[in-house]
Design a protein around this ligand. Sequence first.
Ligand code: FES
Length: 547
Amino acid sequence: MAAIYFPQFRRGRQGLPLRKGETILDHARRAGVEIYSECGGKGECGRCVVRVERGTEALSPPTDAERKFGLGEDLRLACQAVVVGEGDIYVYISEFGKYSILTETRRREVPLEPLVRREGDRVLYDGRPIDSYRGGIYGLAVDVGTTTLVLEIVDLETGETVGTAARKNPQVSYGNDVISRIEYTMVDKYGLRYLGPEERMERVKELQRAVVGAVNEEVRKIEGKISHLIYEVVAVGNSTMRNLFFGIDVSSLGLIPYEPLRKEPFTVPARELGLELNPNAVAYAPPLIGGHAGADALADVLMVDMHKSEDVVMVIDIGTNGEVAIGNRKKILTASCAAGGAYEGATVRCGLGAVEGAISNIRIEDGRAVFSTIGDKPPKGICGSGLIDLLAELLRNGIMDERAKIKAPFEVTDGIKLYQEDIYQLITAKAGLKTDQELLMKYYGVGLEEVKRVYLSGAFGNYIDVRNAVEIGLLPPVPEKIVKIGNGALEGAREMLISRTRRREAEGLLDLITHTKPNELEEEFAYLVAENMYFGRRRRDVCPGRP
Ligand code: FES
């Protein structure tokens, strides 16, 4: 029987039976192979380019949408190429590589008091026997990012980390941001019909299977074959990501007032989610803050102990969804904005995740780019930290003006260019985050001088050159106060996994946190974002820092 192969991926190597009438993207989704799909498969973004090495004759001819992108020989848009004939098809994805894992997360001493523990020859969960002791007790912390999935396996008897993994979230094949994933569960392919509850839940389960399948695969790869000894999972993510992981309808997040259907903490048997761990393992969903601010933002707040701080501190999490929190032990405010994945390589033509071969830092010398790549591999694209460097360097060297305009695409190296549209994506993302920072300070009634520390969190936060991030306005102009904490969301999840006290504290945080939606509160929100897109002095000070 004819099949489609994705030879770069283990799960795509054995071949998937061809389904006539379906696109390459549909097949990739079923195989759990990640292909960026910014427009959700409408032929508009050009991000789903693949190389078809064999089997072109079994595919429909190029569409108008594909011709518009002027693709080279053998290249197709995965969302446009439909299987119409017989014969094996071999497909290669351009963005492929091993993710560089952020291991330098700030660690704090947290008492080891997990809910799962050993008592004699039994394993107990919260005092209840769930298994006989088989030589080890492990737990899994997962940060389900919109673009990146990061895992950490912890020995719950010693507190030691025994394995970490990071990879692209396979749901990127369904759209780059949370809005397109929500939309996928709500409307049909052509955007013409709302799906009924049953169809909607089928789509939710499809997205859930994609991400859970990826977790299973990564856990299987961890040395020592210990998946059957993993008894608990703590999964954090923004509201959409957490709820999709747990198979919960996310449509309410796409409709006014944009609140999650479920935001309370809960536990379910892990096998009900499709997780291949110990048969009696439990999965814990930490609470969501509200709106799009989820358990990841909560984990960040927990990790920096904002709720115990006398001083006012701020935490900024740069991801596909940007989150900002400000506060101290008396009161905490949060806001969330759709950064759109530009800094995770999703919406920028030459953008890449933090994979081998990604350009991670750049300087401009005599008008030419000097750079280094992750793993010293040949350059394939630019990841978030490199994009921040590049914007700052273009500005410093006068190649880009304060209105973010460049005269011509800037060539970093052969085939890797930054275009005006890419810059637009990057400045839009930074403007949303900057506006949230300013407005949260205003609502809190403090100026930057009263904020004692600014914690920078995120899957690639540690790689950022703070000076450059400040230069482009992504971070506030107080570099001396900025502390990189690595992946704060993952660390918060780990703390909730190994310590029941920290888990209780996390659940108690909701009493202290008020989630704000600046875009609804501020009449001039769109104007503020537009102002913050550009560099240099503002025309007027719209956020004086105090209400
Ligand atoms: S062009 Fe956007 S997913 Fe194919």
